[in-house]
Design a protein around this ligand. Sequence first.
Ligand SMILES: [Zn+2]
Length: 128
Amino acid sequence: MSPTFGKCFDPTGAKFGIPTYPWRYAPDGYATRRQLRALGLRPGGQPVAAQVMRRSRGRKTGVLVGYLYRIDLAKPIRPMTSRKWGALALAMLARRTCPQCRLDAGYVIPRSLGTCVSCAYPNEQRAA
Ligand SMILES: [Zn+2]
């Protein structure tokens, strides 16, 4: 075991507070935020479960740390929040509502008419 490996290897968390593994030696079942994202997952509010560490010359501390999350606690990424869906539904409703009679026409108001078909052609509607 090299000195670097030993310095970064703390699977019980005695030295660093949380289980620490050398870079690329993380146990199965853990993933970084980026790796979770590649799996279509997100941490989902869980705390950092473990970390990976490697020496880095560019850093003041001399080490580069990557935080790991438990894959079994991760949640799937929702493509759109329910609030966004609600906003979209409202926008669609606004586009379907006739500005003249204020009714939901059931279809998007044609821009060429500016109102629902009944308002645009009242005579034809009456004739039918
Ligand atoms: Zn109308």
